[in-house]
Design a protein around this ligand. Sequence first.
Ligand code: ZN
Length: 150
Amino acid sequence: MPLNGLYGDTIMDHYRNPRNRDPVAAPDIEAHELNPFCGDQVTLQIKLDDAGRIVSTSSQSEGCSIIQAAASMLAQEMRGKNLEQVLELAQSFRNMMRGVDVDDQCHQNLGGLEALQVVRQYPVRIKCALLPLTALEEGIKAFHAGNCTR
Ligand code: ZN
């Protein structure tokens, strides 16, 4: 699949040089997602500080260039945010991938993830770009559920 232009270059750069692959020690949040149709899989790990801010992240992925780039970009964009902010980021990203009109504010929030909008040209690959987000959302859900039973 030809990914040209600035955004394409960014995606290929993350694919070839994935960020934050090293596992996080004692993660507060950990989630794994698999897409059985193409074999893509991703594991996300998040460590929070006492204030609930994300201090370290890890994303390990296998599969196509899109899942690997998306996982790498997400791991990078999450750092320094709190869980509420990352869920907002996830929602903005999902809207962008679905072609919902997003205002400039949302685009700013997306940071590096904005590059993945080129994947919209390949509808079957959109799922690949969204898989790390699903992992993120499931991980946060499980985290909150765990906190409630404490
Ligand atoms: Zn894929």
